[in-house]
Ligand binder design. Structure first.
Ligand code: NAD
Length: 256
């Protein structure tokens, strides 16, 4: 058990999948949680689950691609919960399958949309979060990359892969910039994780589950809870020496 009582954690994209699991894991370890999402209804559901675990939580509607939304989210979190110790900048999208696949097929509009959410969104979150951590004298941030940060996409998701690769440059550079300020900044690179993001493709075609399970040497999909445990561990003092890493959470996919 990691004791995070008296700590406050902010999770973006906390209404679903990995973000929801992360918010609930922070709650389970005693932290107060800020549940931020563009979809307020699903964020409220996460807050109810956090309350059932006895956690203090705050729902904030935020589009991470909008700089003023992001600034308002962090200011509200700090003013209502009294500080910001940890952030999991998780909100992201795989994009529109029709207009974001392939170097030649991807539209400029979809390229910009994906970069705005997946990459610029993470930079804008850090830009808003770090000043409060500097003031407090410590902090830890985890940014959500992907195995597509580490290897090219065989399915042709070029804009997704480019956005997720950019997160590593952003994470490493910011980690170096703030290392002496006792702020640790890391990235996670999940493989195939069973969340609503994948569920919709599995529902359409049951063979998808088997195909993607076998891409990971462990022979199964990861769970959102497994990712969440790694996120909370990276934020905790148990990982006090770790900054600037890109941690694969992929059942051996990138070891192949
Ligand atoms: P998900 O679709 O289940 O959840 C994503 C959440 O982000 C949703 O609640 C959605 O409303 C929110 N969101 C989307 N756009 C937003 C925006 N502009 N502002 C604020 N919130 C927004 O997805 P997931 O599978 O839980 O994925 C979460 C993160 O993990 C993403 O960054 C994704 O790229 C990454 N990831 C997922 C997998 C996987 O296999 N599921 C693998 C690697 C990386």
């Amino acid at each position: 058990m990691i004791d995070l009582s008296d700590k406050t954690a902010l999770v973006t994209g906390a209404g679903s999948g990995i973000g929801r699991a992360s918010a609930l894991e922070f709650a389970r370890q005693g932290a107060s949680v800020v549940i931020a999402d563009i979809d307020t209804e699903s964020a409220e559901e996460t807050a109810q689950l956090a309350s059932a675990r006895g956690a203090r939580s705050l729902v904030i509607r935020c589009d991470v691609a909008d700089g003023s939304d992001v600034a308002a989210m962090v200011n509200k979190a700090v003013s209502e919960l009294g500080g910001l110790d940890y952030a999991h900048n998780n909100a992201g999208t795989e994009g529109n399958l029709e207009s974001s696949r392939g170097t030649l097929e991807t539209s400029e509009e979809e390229w910009d949309r994906l970069m705005g959410i997946n990459l610029k969104g993470i930079w804008m979150c850090m830009r808003a979060e770090i000043p409060h951590m500097l003031e407090a004298g410590s902090g830890a941030i985890v940014n959500s990359g992907s195995i597509s940060s580490l290897v090219g996409s065989t399915a042709g998701f070029v804009a997704y892969s480019a956005s997720k690769s950019g997160i590593l440059g952003l994470t490493r550079s910011a980690a170096l910039e703030f290392a002496e300020n006792n702020i640790r900044i890391n990235a996670i690179c999940p493989g195939y994780i069973e969340t609503p993001l994948w569920q919709k493709y599995i529902d359409e075609d049951q063979s998808v589950r088997e195909t993607i399970s076998h891409r990971q040497p462990i022979g199964r999909l990861g769970t959102a809870e497994e990712v969440a445990k790694a996120v909370v561990w990276l934020c905790s003092d148990a990982a006090s020496l770790i900054t600037g890493v890109a941690l694969p959470l992929d059942g051996g996919f990138t070891a192949q």
